[in-house]
Write a new protein. Structure first.
Length: 448
């Protein structure tokens, strides 16, 4: 064995002692904490590639400008929490900004999140001083309360990379305008709640889900809802006193409870695929007097329109079904049908025209001695009353409705009287070669 020289032996012992010392105090050089001074005093600390939560001593509070080294990948949880930073320069090396990273930093007014960042944690910029934010184009999710309680943040652009706007993200912000990227699919609960200065929003066609209370107590005056949303969740637009009108697209099937409760609506257009309106959906909207239904009557409880405008009307298309009157009203609304379109076989699709209350049948026929009528006789009488062109290729269908089923019945090409006297009421639906449908109310009075 080769004998070590004294100097070499001394160096060896020195290395061994240093290693024992470092191991004994759990300090590994590669993970050693490094401090970076801030321009206004104090410092922040990083270990390896992560900025860590600041130490407790008061003199450590970072103030002024903080320049993060370009070796950093992660700004850790609470890294600048409750500090006095006024500006932070984030390098393109950073990919993650964790929860509460810059929360409660009242002097931080502006932030640019570089394109390298893919994840922004909850409450990351939950701070009162922010006036402007630029979000990089690689962020996919803005987590819960990321920009909550930012009363001076007035506008923001959400890049196309983002797919989810989390719970409470802009809750209590000062937003007046928002641009939502065309890849966002989900706006979660309370995302824009308590935003009194947000007056207008366009929800892009990419969005399929809008969460509960998403725009609760906002200042909205106009809303455009994209054509992929299927459900208006509970209380989504509750207490929006300046929202006067809205069009619910045909993609929507359900309007949940209290969705527009206490809003300033005066008119609503409800798409033709809505099948369910839940309790209090439009309740206590005292200025709401006109609801336009583009489809058949949805399943609706009696309190859905509780406390709306006096003599409010349900304006429905001429061939709509399900608006059954009780004491002259449907769910407390006056039902008003549109006129069938002018013309007939030369028309393309029916359009809602000037609304008029249905007070009398389109054709009324009086017959004596329980005479049975042929469908052709009924059609001829209807042709004379309506004075439309009678194309042979038009198809007619006949259906008896209501209590008339006890008075008359359809038997092949005949409408047969079941009673000697009474009124037989039916719908006659005419379909043209171009697919336009026209629905007429025919009443047959059987007399002695």
């Amino acid at each position: 064995m080769k004998k070590l020289k004294p100097n070499s032996l001394k160096k060896l012992f020195s290395v061994i002692l240093s290693t024992i010392f470092l191991i004994g105090f759990n300090v590994i050089p590669a993970n050693a904490a490094t401090t970076v001074e801030c321009s206004g005093g104090g410092y922040f600390t990083y270990i390896g590639t992560t900025v860590v939560v600041r130490p407790e001593p008061e003199e450590s509070i970072c103030a002024g400008v903080a320049i993060i080294p370009d070796t950093i990948l992660t700004i850790g949880e609470g890294a600048f929490f409750y500090t006095e930073v006024t500006s932070v320069i984030i390098p393109n090396s950073v990919t993650t900004i964790e929860d509460f990273a810059f929360a409660y930093t009242p002097f931080l007014t502006s932030i640019t999140i570089p394109n390298s960042v893919t994840t922004i944690g909850e409450h990351a910029f939950d701070t009162s001083g922010l006036t402007s934010v630029t979000i990089g184009n690689q962020v996919t999710t803005i987590e819960a309360s990321t920009f909550a309680h930012t009363p001076f943040l007035t506008s923001i652009t959400i890049p196309n990379s983002v797919t989810t706007i989390g719970n409470f993200v802009f809750d209590g912000s000062g937003l007046t305008s928002v641009t939502i990227g065309n890849q966002v699919t989900t706006i979660e609960a309370y995302a824009f709640a308590y935003t009194p200065f947000l007056t207008s929003i366009t929800i892009p066609n990419s969005v399929t889900t809008i969460g509960e209370y998403a725009f609760y107590e906002s200042g909205l005056t106009s809303v455009t809802i994209g054509n992929q949303v299927t459900t208006i969740e509970a209380s989504t637009f509750e207490f929006t006193p300046f929202l006067t009108s809205i069009t619910i697209p045909n993609s929507v099937t359900t309007i949940k409870n209290s969705a527009f409760y206490g809003s300033g609506l005066t008119s609503v257009t409800i798409g033709n695929q809505v099948t369910t309106i839940e309790a209090y959906a439009f309740a206590y909207t005292p200025f709401l007097t006109s609801i336009n239904f583009l489809g058949n009557a949805p399943s609706t409880p009696d309190d859905a329109f509780l406390g709306i405008g006096t003599e409010a009307t349900a304006n429905v298309v001429f061939d709509a079904t399900g608006f059954t009157l009780v004491d002259g009203f449907w769910k407390g609304l006056i039902v008003v049908y549109s006129l069938p379109p002018a013309g007939d076989s030369d028309s393309s699709t029916p359009k809602v025209g000037k609304t008029v209350a249905v007070e009398a049948p389109d054709a009324e026929i009086k017959v004596k001695n329980s005479k049975s009528l042929t469908k052709k006789e009924i059609k001829t009488m209807l042709d004379k009353k309506k004075t439309f062109k009678n194309y042979p290729i038009d198809e007619y269908k006949y259906s008896i409705f209501g209590t008339s089923k006890k008075i008359c019945a359809i038997n092949g090409n005949y409408v047969v009287a079941l009673e000697k006297t009474g009124a037989c009421e039916m719908w006659v639906t005419r379909t043209t070669a171009k697919g336009a449908k026209y629905k007429y109310w025919v009443k047959i009075n059987y007399l002695k």
